[in-house]
Write a protein that binds this ligand. Structure first.
Ligand code: DO4
Ligand code: MG
Length: 274
């Protein structure tokens, strides 16, 4: 089942049919620990509504967005390369091997854009990339209740200059995109699930790449377990699981680029740099 947040309300999709929900609020709905069963029950009794939801909003209410880093070998290598001059390379290899994962704060809801929203590159960065990431929705009780597509926009030159600049490289206005929906699932996604990205400029693709969840070093549950240690999330939270696709070092995003991220069971998240 998919859950969409739109300007006209909340809509759920099941087997190609759409149902309008009259839930009091997005937060009240998604923080239910029985969300999957609740939606199943609702769909059994509801009448389908007309047409696909329009004017989509990011599938977020009051949740914080957190992110994991260096969860793919490709990301470890990219960080080691970009931070060579700063002598920080060893940290990335160590965190890739360590039991404790890298987790960092990514965004508050006002920094998040939704489907077709404009993501930003920093004015003081000359090397920016999108990071296509499977993103977990985790309930207040720590259960992975859903999945969405995330773009962890990143300034590689700022992060590469000094690892202590990570929050500036990662957290700024419109640095995070989520959507187009929340896939509500009570089973983990298959390891064969693909995460693909295409960046289009002037009508053609300037970069495309893909990975699968099989390449991820950590298990989603392991990331959640660390995030929830001594940390409460009364509204639940989003957790981006890291990138396994990094464009070549010669690539930087430009204004007007279109970023298309596809994770087949969820859909495609499209954003333009603006
Ligand atoms: O270590 C810096 C950030 C890593 C990251 O965002 C990723 O691997 O996706
Ligand atoms: Mg990332």
């Amino acid at each position: 089942m998919k859950l969409y947040r739109s300007r006209r309300g909340i809509v759920t999709e099941d087997a190609g049919r759409f149902y309008a929900l009259t839930a009091p609020s997005w937060d009240d709905l998604v923080t239910r620990e029985d969300l999957h069963e609740y939606l199943r029950r609702f769909i059994r009794e509801a009448k389908p509504s007309d047409g696909v939801p329009q004017d989509l909003l990011p599938p977020i209410g009051s949740q914080e967005v957190w992110a994991a880093g260096v969860t793919y070998y490709r990301s470890r290598n990219a960080r080691m390369e970009e931070s060579k001059g700063a002598g920080g390379g060893d940290f990335y290899d160590r965190v890739y091997q360590a039991t404790r994962p890298e987790l960092f704060f990514k965004a508050t809801p006002h920094r998040v854009v939704g489907p077709d929203g404009k993501v930003a590159i920093r004015d003081d960065s000359a090397w920016s990339v999108p990071e296509p990431e499977l993103t977990l929705f985790v309930t207040p009780g720590g259960k992975i209740a859903g999945y969405t597509i995330g773009n962890d926009m990143s300034s590689r030159d700022i992060e590469g200059e000094n690892p202590l600049y990570l929050p500036q490289a990662k957290v700024y206005d419109r640095s995070c995109a989520l959507g187009p929906c929340l896939l509500i699932a009570d089973e983990p996604l298959s390891a064969a699930t693909e995460i693909a990205v295409e960046i289009r400029r002037g009508g053609g693709a300037v970069f495309s790449g893909a990975t699968t969840l099989k390449e991820m070093k950590r298990k989603p549950g392991e990331l959640v377990e660390y995030l929830y240690r001594n940390n409460r999330f009364p509204h639940g939270c989003f957790l981006m699981t890291g990138t396994g696709v990094v464009p070549p070092d010669s690539f930087t995003l430009k204004l007007g680029d279109e970023i298309r991220i596809t994770i087949p069971p969820i859909g495609t998240l499209v954003n333009v740099v603006g």
